[in-house]
Design a protein around this ligand. Structure first.
Ligand code: AMP
Ligand code: ZN
Length: 433
């Protein structure tokens, strides 16, 4: 087994815990000196000087996305302005962007985490890496870019969209790895065919996919379409960005890099630690970042933690693919529904194409869910009774998985606007009560 940073990737749990404790305390001290945390801890009567162990640390108040907004623009900065070398901002899927600052040290550490992750997936310096994520404030562009370069690959900074150019770059420069959102990957697969190519002939070996939730069925679909191996890449701008956690070839969850992040899973209602193996909200603390230490950040992402040693030899714990966000959970007539559950059902149905949209409306006091589902063109052009059967089948499958009865509208390819970045899957027209 080859590793990019063997000592740290395979470090013993005892040593890792000791390293975490030291880094945690350093990070907390730095945070406590920022205007935001100084006030937060004073308000809640916490004296951070008393916190010298991980157990004591677990009692500190959480940090939320709202806190980041409140401390805008730089209330959480722990270093002088002149030592900041970069800023990023979250893509704003769930509201106004939040800004994150980095020192040269922070960028260096993050770059290593990305390089380590890509190497773990099997990429080597001879590979050609086409970064099809949006460049700019969004971390998926530059974050992966520098990590892939550090590994020694040639990076094609293609950014997202412009499918024909993407295909040309791939064929002319022999791309072997692409970094792409799952929703764009599904669209891209179709577009490649529409341009007269078999996606398998592009010669790709790896697809790094992240930035939004997707099911295992979607990963398999992309693997089959392009003849690649898909690797799930998780991250959020508040914690640098991509490669907070990344799948290894064993593909039994994503290794979460514990030399940079302290990991907790809590019950999002009681805010108490979840039991081992129980689903809950991921809470992360930066423990190797100087410009903007963030303590006990509630990611709102739901997952589970696997603590057993992985067959790949890495000792860092693993998280399950993201099962949804506590805040994208839809409540439909009192029933909790995650868009990822709907995707899972749809992607298991062979006639279903690559795009779908959930529309929520209210009739009287009753919530109504309409799921628009794209079919493959040849099926859509088929006979009406077949379409009716497919519609009923999808409605039935959704009902048994969700415990509510959505209506299904079949659409032809292209009718739902395709996505080149993060997909907006839910159109909630219900308004608030
Ligand atoms: P941003 O900070 O704008 O990059 O958004 C980060 C959010 O995107 C995370 O909190 C997750 O909800 C989502 N996300 C990122 N990567 C993944 C992934 N691999 N699987 C599921 N959701 C993801
Ligand atoms: Zn592993």
């Amino acid at each position: 087994m080859e590793y990019f940073q063997k000592d740290i990737e395979t470090i013993s749990r005892d040593k890792l815990l000791a390293l975490q404790e030291t880094r945690l305390i350093t990070s907390l001290k730095a945070a406590a000196n920022t205007p935001f945390y100084a006030k937060k801890y004073a308000d809640s009567g916490v004296s951070t000087g008393d916190i010298t162990t991980i157990d004591a640390f677990r009692k500190l108040p959480f940090t939320t996305k709202d806190d980041l907004r409140l401390s805008y623009p730089n209330g959480m900065c722990a270093i002088p302005d002149e030592d900041i070398v970069r800023m990023h901002a979250s893509s704003g899927t769930t509201g106004k962007p939040t800004v994150i600052f980095h020192s040269a040290h922070d960028i260096d550490v993050w770059t290593d985490l990305v390089a380590r992750s890509l190497f773990m997936a099997g990429m080597r310096k001879r590979d050609v890496f086409q970064n099809m994520m949006t460049y700019g404030l969004f971390t998926g562009g530059l974050g992966l870019h520098y990590g892939a370069e550090r590994l020694g690959m040639m990076v094609i900074p293609a950014s997202s969209g412009n499918t024909k150019r993407q295909i040309d770059l791939m064929t002319d420069f022999h791309t072997t790895a692409m970094h792409i959102t799952p929703s764009y990957a599904l669209h891209f697969a179709e577009e490649v065919v529409a341009h007269g190519f078999d996606p398998k002939d592009l010669g790709l070996k790896f697809a790094v996919m992240g930035a939004e939730p997707y099911s295992l069925a979607t990963a398999k679909k992309i693997e089959a379409a392009f003849g690649v191996q898909v690797f799930n890449c998780y991250g959020l701008s508040e914690m640098n960005g991509p490669a907070v956690a990344f799948e290894c070839p064993v593909k039994n969850g994503m290794h979460i890099w514990e030399d940079s992040y302290f990991v907790e899973i809590i019950n999002p209602e009681t805010l108490k630690p979840a039991n081992p193996g129980e689903k809950g909200e991921l809470v992360l603390t930066t423990i190797n970042r100087t410009a903007m230490p963030i303590i006990r950040y509630r990611t709102k992402d739901l997952t589970m933690l696997y603590e057993e040693t992985c067959a790949c030899g890495r000792t860092h714990k693993r998280i399950e693919r993201i099962l949804g966000r506590t805040d994208d959970m839809l409540i439909i007539s009192g029933v909790n529904v995650f868009p990822s559950q709907i995707e899972h059902v749809l992607m298991e149905i062979p006639e279903v194409g690559n795009n779908y949209q959930i529309v929520l409306t209210r009739e009287g006091h009753l919530d109504k869910m309409l799921v628009k589902v794209e079919l493959y063109e040849k099926i859509f052009k088929g006979d009406l009774s077949q379409l009716h059967t497919i519609q009923k089948k999808i409605e039935h499958e959704l009902k048994s998985a969700l415990l509510i009865s959505p209506r299904v509208k079949l659409t032809e390819p292209g009718e739902i606007p395709p996505s080149t970045g993060k997909a907006k899957r839910v159109d909630d027209q219900r308004g608030s009560f």
